[in-house]
Design a binder for this molecule. Structure first.
Ligand code: GLU
Ligand code: MG
Length: 442
C-alpha cells in the first residue's frame, strides 16, 4: 500500500534528525523508491557533524571520507498533505553493510529501549510542543494572530492555520489531543497522542515538519520551535511525557500507594533528578535554551519534582478519573523543541534506569513553587539550580558516565563537539544573533 503510494510520489524524503536537532533529508523520486527503500541513500559521515549554525565540525571518525546509508523505516511513511505528491519516511543511518552506526541518533534510542526491555520495561512517550507563529524575518519576527491566552477570540483569529495543521496531522494518522492558544503572542500548543517511545520520537520529526511546513507553504508564515524566540516573552517547551509499561501494566502506577506512584516509579524519578543537570544538555540543548529555564515560566529552573507542580522540572501528572492506570505519567518540563527527540528520550531512559538499578529514593516532593520554598523545605526537597548555560550543561554531560555510556563513544564525542561549536559561535556573535539563527531552523 505505502510502496504503491510512494511510486506515485514526485519525491519521497528520507528524513533523519542530526545531533544538533535539525531535521534533514535526502529525497528520491517515486519510480526509484522501491530500490532505494532497501539499499538506502548514501550520506557522507561528515554531514552528521554539521551543527544548527551550519558549521561543519571536525570529529574523529566523521571526516568527509566514508559513507553511511539512510535506510527508511516504512512504518513511518506518510504523504505530506501541505505539499504536492511528496512523502517522507523516518530513517536510520547505517553502515554500508547494514550494520549499526554509532553516529545515528535513532539507533541510540533503540539501544536505550533495549536496555529498558532487558529490565522488563517498555516506554511510551509524548512530546507536548509549544511554538510561536510569526510574520517578518527570523531576525525581526512579528507575532501573528495575537490574542488573550486560551481565549476563543485568539483561536478564531488563528483558525485558518490551526485548522490546516490539525487536518494535516490527522491526514497522516496522528491523533490530535489538544489545541491551545498559549500565553505568548502568536504562541500555540497543538498536542498529538503518546505512542511507543521510538514512534513518539519519529512522530516528533513529522509533527515539527508538519507545523513548520503548513505555516510556511500554506500560509507564508514562520512557525518557530525555538525555546526562546523573544527575549522578553515566555519560552516554548516540548514537555516530555512518559510512562513505563510491562504489557498492559503501567509500572509507574500502584493503586495501593497513597500517591498512586509505584516504588519503581519513584526510583526512576530519583534517577532522573540525579542526572538532570547533565541531562538538560540533551533535553534543553541549544545556546538559547537556557534563557527559557527561568523561575515562574513553568519550564523548570531547578532540580525539583512534585505532584502537579508546574514550576518543577519533573511533574507527576494527575491521572484521569476512571482510567488512572492508563493515564499515569511523568512530565519532564525542562525539555524543548530544539532537542533531538531520540537523544532526549534516550537520556531520560538511561537516567531513570540508573535510579532503578541503584534503588535511588527521591527527596520530598516540592509542594509549592521551588523558588518560594523556605530553606528547610528546599533542603528536604533537595532543590538545586539547573545549569545556567549551554556550556555548563555540556561540561556536566561530559562528566556523567551513565549518560555518556548511553550515547556511546562516537555519539558522545560527536554530540559534545557539535554543541560546543554551537556554543562558541553563540558566544562570539551574541545572544541576539543566536536567537535569529535558531528561530526557524527547528
Ligand atoms: N511555556 C512554558 C514552557 O516554556 C510552559 C507553559 C505550560 O505549562 O503550558 O515550558
Ligand atoms: Mg503549554
Amino acid at each position: 500500500m505505502t510502496t504503491e503510494s510512494a511510486e506515485n510520489m514526485r519525491t519521497v524524503r528520507f528524513i533523519y534528525c542530526d545531533p544538533s536537532g535539525v531535521i534533514r533529508s535526502k529525497a528520491t523520486t517515486g519510480p526509484l523508491f522501491a530500490g532505494k527503500a532497501t539499499e538506502g541513500i548514501g550520506l557522507t559521515r561528515a554531514q552528521n557533524a554539521v551543527n544548527l549554525f551550519e558549521d561543519l565540525v571536525h570529529v574523529d571518525g566523521m571526516e568527509p571520507v566514508g559513507e553511511v546509508r539512510i535506510i527508511p523505516d516504512m512504518d513511518s511513511y506518510t504523504e505530506l498533505p501541505w505539499l504536492n505528491r511528496t512523502a517522507s519516511v523516518v530513517s536510520d543511518l547505517r553502515m554500508p553493510d547494514g550494520a549499526e552506526w554509532g553516529g545515528c541518533t535513532r539507533t541510540v534510542l533503540k539501544n536505550a529501549l533495549a536496555a529498558a526491555a532487558e529490565m522488563g520495561i517498555e516506554v511510551k512517550a509524548a512530546f507536548e510542543n509549544e511554538f510561536y507563529v510569526a510574520e517578518g524575518t527570523p531576525a525581526n519576527p512579528i507575532p501573528w494572530a495575537d490574542g488573550a491566552c486560551y481565549s476563543s477570540a485568539a483561536v478564531d483569529r488563528a483558525s485558518g492555520l490551526i485548522d490546516d495543521i490539525v487536518d494535516n496531522l490527522m491526514a497522516q494518522g496522528y491523533i490530535v489531543e489538544q489545541v491551545i492558544n498559549e500565553y505568548g503572542p502568536g504562541q500555540l500548543e497543538i498536542v498529538i497522542k503518546y505512542d511507543e517511545a521510538l514512534r513518539s520520537a519519529d512522530n516528533q520529526l513529522k509533527y515539527r515538519d508538519t507545523v513548520r511546513g503548513t505555516a510556511q507553504v500554506g500560509h507564508g508564515l514562520m512557525a518557530s520551535f525555538s525555546p526562546k524566540p523573544y527575549p522578553d516573552k515566555v519560552g516554548s517547551g516540548a514537555h516530555l511525557h512518559f510512562s513505563l509499561w510491562n504489557g498492559e501494566r503501567n509500572l509507574l502506577y500502584n493503586a495501593q500507594e497513597p500517591t498512586k506512584i509505584s516504588e519503581l516509579g519513584k526510583h526512576f524519578i530519583a534517577g532522573l533528578l540525579e542526572h538532570l543537570p547533565a541531562l538538560v544538555a540533551l533535553t534543553c540543548p541549544s545556546y538559547v535554551s537556557y534563557e527559557r529555564l527561568a523561575p515562574h515560566a513553568w519550564a523548570g529552573s531547578t532540580v525539583a519534582w512534585g505532584y502537579d507542580n508546574r514550576e518543577c522540572s519533573v511533574r507527576v501528572a494527575s491521572p484521569f478519573a476512571g482510567r488512572e492506570e492508563q493515564s499515569t505519567n511523568i512530565e519532564l518540563k525542562s525539555s524543548d523543541g530544539s532537542a533531538n527527540p531520540y537523544l532526549a528520550l534516550a537520556g531520560v531512559i538511561h537516567a531513570g534506569l540508573d535510579g532503578i538499578r541503584r534503588g535511588l529514593v527521591p527527596p520530598a516532593p516540592a509542594e509549592h513553587d521551588p523558588a518560594l520554598l523556605t530553606g528547610a523545605e528546599r533542603e528536604a526537597s533537595n532543590v538545586r539550580p539547573l545549569p545556567a548555560s549551554q556550556a555548563e550543561a555540556l561540561d556536566l554531560l561530559a562528566q556523567d558516565t551513565v549518560l555518556m555510556d548511553g550515547l556511546g563513544d562516537l555519539m558522545g564525542r560527536l554530540y559534545l563537539a557539535v554543541r560546543r561549536a554551537e556554543n562558541a559561535k553563540g558566544e562570539a556573535n551574541g545572544i541576539e544573533w543566536a536567537r535569529a539563527a535558531t528561530f526557524n531552523v527547528y
